[in-house]
Write a protein that binds this ligand. Sequence first.
Ligand code: FAD
Ligand code: SF4
Length: 294
Amino acid sequence: MRMPQVNGRYIPNVKAPRTADNEEPAAERAQDFRPVDKGFTKEMAIAEANRCLDCKNPLCVQGCPVNINIPRFIEAIRAEEFGRGLDIIRESSMLPAVCGRVCPQENQCEGVCIMGKRSEPVAIGQLERFLGDQPELASKPAIAPKNGKKVAVVGSGPSGIACAGELARNGFDVTVFEAFFTGGGVLVYGIPEFRLPKAVVKREIDGLQELGVKFEFNSVVGRITDAEELFEQGFDAIYIATGAGLPKLLNIPGENLPNVFFANEYLTRVNLMKANNFPEYDTPTKHGKNVAED
Ligand SMILES: Cc1cc2nc3c(=O)[nH]c(=O)nc-3n(C[C@H](O)[C@H](O)[C@H](O)COP(=O)(O)OP(=O)(O)OC[C@H]3O[C@@H](n4cnc5c(N)ncnc54)[C@H](O)[C@@H]3O)c2cc1C
Ligand code: SF4
């Protein structure tokens, strides 16, 4: 597919409708927990990139919390230079495969996209995901020379791993301490497989390890060690990214009864400990016909 041009100038395809998501048919996806959305093919990505107006004042960049240079990476997709596109995203975000899937784009970049005022916004999240799913095309990220500083990051959710990636790129020696046996925080125990596959999160964490970030799993800071001990061990700073895992108790009679689950506990049982496959896996849960939700 060729980039639409007149006299060598790019002409956006403003009349084209937004490229529809590449979803499994509803009747099939209702049968299992496979990802609902298969992501754009190359042809779909280029067609969607051709809708971008390449705005002089790209509001999408202002709408992005980390100000990714969106029109530049979309232009790279149009030129079919996918590795270059991924490098552009990685200047601002180390987690494009995750963010392309679960960022609330409709309230951020896509919510303010100028195309949205004429028809429908450019599918920026899908384009980010398209590039994020091809990490093998990216250049090796530039890493600043080691600066001799050590940082402990407590928690490996999106906050912890984003911080760890930025610090590692800037020459810091980073160790992430994670309470669970695996990394990702809510990305793995909260968001279900059909929306964000665990393999995608693992791939992003593997990428951080390649940058030199060390991970200590099964390590509850506060139990195995505390802040003072971490400083004694030579860490210069500690970044606390422990999330908001504790439930807000309702203080009502019966809330501690068996089969009353707080959301995070229930999600962790199913998403991480595979309680939906009990007794094949050790962790049980309750499958009731009548469920009360608050
Ligand atoms: C069901 C669900 C769906 C969601 N869907 C979306 C979505 O689609 N899009 C979106 O943008 N957001 C979504 N969110 C919100 C998003 O997941 C959170 O905002 C985000 O995960 C917070 O990141 P975090 O790194 O601060 O904390 P967390 O992801 O909670 O990670 C904290 C980590 O710290 C670890 N930890 C805690 N205490 C210690 C300790 N003492 N020592 C060592 N490790 C510790 C925990 O085990 C955990 O791994 C969703 C949340 C839920 C629950
Ligand atoms: S605001 Fe929309 S149309 Fe304009 S550059 Fe950004 S993505 Fe393209």
